[in-house]
Design a protein around this ligand. Sequence first.
Ligand code: C2E
Ligand code: MG
Ligand code: MG
Length: 645
Amino acid sequence: MSLRTLKVIFGAVAVCFLLASAYIAVLVAERQRVLGDLTHYNPAWQASQAVAEFMRLERRLDALNVPGRGVDKEEVELRFEILLSRAKLLIEGRFQSIIQDDADQLAALRRLAEVLVLIQPLIAELEHPGAVQQALQLLEPLEPKLLQLASYAQIRGGERIAQDQHELNRLYWIFSGLSVGLILLGLILIGLFSRHNQLLERAHGDLHALTGRLAHAASHDALTGLANRTLFHEQLEAHLTRWRQKGIRFAALCLDLDRFKSVNDTLGHEIGDALLKVAADRLRNCLRDGDTVARLGGDEFAILQEVSGGLEPCTALARHLVEQLSAPYSVDGREIVIGASIGIAPVEAAIVSADQMLKRADLALYEAKSQGRGMFCYFEPGMEARLDARRSLEIDLRKALANDEFELFFQPQVNLKLNQINGFEALLRWRHPTWGKISPAEYIPIAEEIGLISPLGEWVIRTACAEAVKWPREIKVAVNLSPVQFRSGTLVHSVRHALERTGLPPRRLELELTETSLLDETEATMAALHELRRLGVRIAIDDFGTGYSSLSYLRSFPFDRIKLDRSFVRDLASRRDAMTIVQSIASLGAGLGMATVAEGIETKEQLLQVQTAGFTEAQGYYFGRPKPARELVYSLDAARSAPSA
Ligand code: C2E
Ligand code: MG
Ligand code: MG
């Protein structure tokens, strides 16, 4: 039963109760009246008293002058007075209502009144001769009439009493019924009250639970159930206060999932959400009691870790977190690999606020991300200045394309069998008005982040094709692609457009993509690759060996070339295993029918080693550094003897 229904019933019962009470009040008044009638008014008795007095008067008059009877005038007068008062009761009282239906009785009563008036002077002068006789003559004829009146009154009085008793009986039963009803209503009311109380208590309990849930929702993240930014901030303030008062040390860790955005963009938000939940569980499992973990928003998390002594526990936790969060995720039947970067800000006397501490952890996180993913960094004072520098770089980068500050350099790629240049790799150069030449490794990630890579990439493809079309023979041009360009959806169109505008045969254009472009191996990426292949464009996999499970990518698409990352070539002189890797990649390429390019060849010895290993092509400073288009030479000898750029 709802509270509302209960209120309606309660209201109805209360109204019934009031009405019943009012009715009982009326009944009580009625009963009073009837009782009054019964007690104060007995017509039969009044009539018999009057008749008895009448006859007593007659007897006294009769005996007045008889010697020895002992009746004197005073006694007669007294009896007359008594009769007068009795008769007055009959004549003036409610007695008349008893006899009003009977004309004879009314006449008898009237005659009694007349006779009393007539005999009054006679009673006053009883000593006069004949007065007694005269009075008796007046009284005598009235006697039978009065006796009849008394008997009539007796009968009617009895009837009236019976009627009143009946009425009393009726009132008694109504009263009793109502009393029982009132008692029942009272009981119902008590029942309703207790039910009402029960419901109120339950509502109170529900309200309490709801308030609790609301408070939890206000301080926790709905998706992962972790603390939210507000609660984290409060906890951070509390930790700071404890540190100041009791010296309990702690550190704030800011954590960001690497490549989460690309999972979200390519696999959809549902998969992204599911991934975040698993990541949140892994985070929880890495912490000890007393540590706090919160989701600040998106793929950003933060941790408060209590540390006693040195910072080793922080380092250990950060390492553990990176390791745990980088383990493959299985979501909705898919295996997903992401990573995590962490910034750590240990508490220090110089920290004045929670915001400042969080900002420090954030700056350290930023540094960790810019050093490559899957890293953790401690806050250092120079970071703020570096971030400012990056911000101003970002602003300049937005203007650079329009200001014509970019230029393409080209580095030769050599066919080792024919011993001739068979292509050039286009490498982007930015001449910053203040800072001069800036490395692409510095600004390409920024351009990717701020959404500038697509227009910039289009410019690179257009410019590279426009240059390459001027080159002799079938010399190819290789253009680097960012994974973000694959996600933009306009890549195929811009390649086709560049080829059409410049007239470069598609077979002379090669697109280089790194393993990270293939990490998401989505249908869209694969469709774009196949479409590019249909255009006749060649596809190379760049920096091979630096990513994750490289071999699986080789099966996912028939690449034209594999470009071995230069770190393997660099290690050839110092590490024995480097040669083994170089050899196996050369034979892998040969087995798959793909050309193999060794990058970063700087010395003749390195060249001989990769040649011996079976590499079909090579690229590096040994053959020529990247140069502006106007300085290009197309023969190997000329290239090697040309001055460095
Ligand atoms: P990458 O595609 O692997 O390019 C080769 C990089 O190695 C170039 O660096 C090149 O100058 C350098 N290099 C070549 N030979 C040697 C050598 O013998 N020794 C050493 N130490 N380095 C050598 P660069 O030009 O600084 O480019 C760095 C990276 O920036 C490129 O690596 C590429 O991933 C990216 N990049 C360059 N231009 C573009 C572009 O137009 N678009 C995109 N998306 N990325 C680009
Ligand atoms: Mg490249
Ligand atoms: Mg490379």
